[in-house]
Design a protein. Structure first.
Ligand SMILES: Cc1ncc(C[n+]2csc(CCOP(=O)(O)OP(=O)(O)O)c2C)c(N)n1
Ligand code: SF4
Ligand SMILES: [Mg+2]
Lengths: 358, 246
């Protein structure tokens, strides 16, 4: 297969089309604008539909309608837009509707900064919307992986009947890399059965009735239980992480996305200097790969470094949950559009070693 | 004996969820009759709002989805664009459409989405217990304007007139549900709205002046009198646009 030199955002859009996406609704926001731009010209070529929503509120609700109609659909945005979509995402989850959402993360909170960042970890992994729900959160570390994960996200959405969130830091959307694109999948509208039909119109289950407010308490709780079981199944089946040079690692970095790329280079360089460094890179940040941390041996691992493009540190809560105070955890990050280099990471590790040996 | 009227097929055989005397009930009945008349029961999707029209979910015997508060036109856009063979009927209340969902209705209208929108204007937030709506009359009482709405709360918003400023809409009419003659007119308007959609004409908007005896704190009869004496003077019924022409 030939490789294509392409910008992250466009690669993501093309991967979505190849993964079966036939509807896109979204509202412009930096740093993801190439996604709607690309979709506006690409979707009509494959019989799909592009709508520029009047807002993120409208866009996510267009996705809601498209999902009801049984079409694989995508919306993309960045931090503030995801906040506006929160009610809609909660409702997609509540309804068991498949859809793929991209958050090309920028600095936050508030309007924040338009440069790339990893500031939406909490929002992404803890739901972001109301009511307590879970959705898979895929966190690519390169343009190639973004392509592969966006492509797969549609399968996950349909397999579990859930919205799936892809979070990439703005750098992944903005860099150009050579990627291999997956083959074009056939995409057909599929009017899937709806749980609430049974509740709203029990005598005519062939009518598709969808509602996230189930007025019969017993039915509603039954549905909550079905959903909770689904969340547990996803948590079991979807955990994925990369462990790099971890066999004998004494200094372990935990990072995802662009941070993990920097960390990986730092690991290689530290190894060359005789320091046994390793990297745990979550590929999904929900469900989180706690096992990779639980199995770390406190007799061997001297320190863990949780690296993020975020101040305050956010992922550290999951890291600590996995490590459970058995090994010291150091957090390090930059924010507001600033990044850290592999030298910064090396220095951090070396300082920690010196401090520990004093 | 010859049976000359029976429950429309598109209406479920169970009690509605509305209060006694509420005109929401008459509205779903005429819509269901039209669905039968056109024979589109199996291809109709009712897009319901949050508000008392969400109770239509206990009435329509068709596919349906209850959308989020104010977002029905966006949800309907997502459905119709992907399933153009469906007849998509959007029903919204005045809080839903003219307050929280103002952007969605304006932009669906401005895009000329091929939808039939039924706007249930009862001048109040019915479902949440009688708070002021953007359509509440000056002087009309609401639980959040207990002495009556004053100008400080703004003025009643006239959605037909506002939408009539846009180029794209195909059909705009305001009707009233207060009398049998007016209900027949409303039914005619909705029939047109559905025909327009089936003929691919674009956006049809039918506002139905309605009541809320419960939250207006009136008997059903009094609420009809109130509509005639006050509401219909503020909101003029009539055709605002037909066939894309002002
Ligand atoms: C985001 C959101 N905000 C507020 C509500 C609460 N709410 C439910 S119905 C409603 C008002 C409905 O009024 P209207 O649209 O006029 O419909 P009616 O009940 O009068 O027919 C409100 C505010 C909600 N469900 N969701
Ligand atoms: S609260 Fe008002 S609008 Fe709602 S069903 Fe009762 S009378 Fe009708
Ligand atoms: Mg109302």
């Amino acid at each position: 297969m030939s490789k294509l030199f392409i910008k992250g955002n466009e690669a993501i859009a093309e991967a979505a089309v190849r993964g079966g996406c036939r509807f896109f609704a979204g509202y412009p926001i930096t740093p993801q604008n190439e996604i709607p731009e690309y979709m506006s010209r690409r979707l009509p070529e494959v019989g799909g539909v592009f709508v520029q929503g009047e807002s993120e509120l409208a866009s996510i609700n267009m996705i809601y309608g498209a999902a009801y109609a049984g079409v694989s659909s995508l919306t993309s945005s960045s931090g503030p837009g995801l906040s506006l979509m929160a009610e809609g995402i909660s409702s997609l989850a509540a309804s068991g509707f498949p859809a793929v959402l991209v958050n090309m993360m920028r600095g936050g909170p508030g309007t924040g900064a338009i440069q790339g960042a990893q500031m939406d970890y909490m929002q992404a992994t803890r739901g972001g919307g109301h009511g307590g729900y879970r959705m898979p959160v895929l966190a690519p570390g390169s343009v190639q992986e973004a392509v592969d994960l966006v492509y797969e996200a549609f399968d996950i959405a349909w397999k579990y009947m859930t919205p799936v969130l892809v979070v990439a830091d703005g750098y992944i959307g903005s860099v150009m890399e050579a990627v291999e694109l997956p083959p074009m999948k056939e995409s057909k509208r599929k009017e899937f059965p709806l749980y609430t039909t049974v509740h709203l119109n029990p005598e005519n289950p062939h009518r598709r009735s969808s509602c996230t407010m189930i007025t019969n308490e017993v039915d509603h709780e039954e549905w909550n239980k079905v959903q909770a079981a689904k969340y547990e199944k996803m948590a079991e089946e979807l955990v994925r992480c990369e462990e790099f040079m971890m066999e004998d690692a004494e200094y372990v970095m935990v990072a995802y996305g662009t941070s993990a790329r920097v960390a990986r280079n730092a690991v290689i360089s530290l190894r060359e200097q005789g320091i046994k460094a390793g990297l745990i890179r979550p590929i999904l940040i929900w469900p989180y790969p706690y096992e990779a941390l639980r199995k770390l041996d406190p007799a061997k691992v001297k320190n863990i470094f949780c690296l993020e493009l975020s101040i305050p540190a956010q992922m550290v809560e999951d890291v600590r949950f996995g490590v459970y105070d058995r090994i010291p955890v150091t957090t390090y990050g930059r924010s507001a559009g600033l990044t850290f280099s592999e030298e910064d990471v090396e220095e951090l590790v070396k300082k920690t070693i010196e401090g520990g040996e004093k | 004996m010859e049976k000359i009227y029976s429950r429309p097929k598109a209406l479920q055989n169970r009690a509605t969820g509305y209060c006694p005397g509420c005109l929401h009930g008459t509205t779903v009945k005429i819509i269901a009759e039209l669905i039968d008349e056109f024979g589109i029961q199996d291809s109709t999707v009712a897009v319901l709002p949050i508000g008392c029209s969400a109770l239509d979910c206990w009435s329509f015997e068709t596919d349906m989805i209850i959308s989020l508060h104010g977002r029905a036109p966006a949800t309907a856009t997502g459905i119709k664009r992907n399933a153009p063979e469906k007849t998509v009927i959007v029903i919204q209340g005045d809080g839903d459409l003219a307050s929280i969902g103002l952007a969605e209705i304006m932009h669906a209208a401005n895009r000329g989405e091929n939808l039939t929108v039924i706007f249930m204007n009862n001048g109040i937030f019915g479902m949440t217990g009688g708070q002021m709506a953007p359509t509440t009359l000056i002087g009309q009482k609401a639980t959040t304007a207990q002495g009556g709405r004053t100008e400080a709360h703004g003025y009643p918003m006239h959605m037909c007139e506002i939408l009539n400023e846009l180029k794209a809409p195909y059909y705009i009419q305001r009707c009233a549900m207060d009398s049998p003659a007016h209900v027949r007119e409303a039914k005619k308007a909705i029939r047109k709205g559905l025909e327009n959609q089936m003929n691919g004409k674009g956006f049809s908007f039918i506002e139905l002046m309605s009541n809320c005896p419960t939250n207006w704190s009136m008997s059903a009869e009094k609420s009809i009198e109130y509509m005639r004496e006050y509401t219909l003077k503020e909101f003029q019924i009539g055709v605002y646009r037909d066939g894309g022409e002002k």
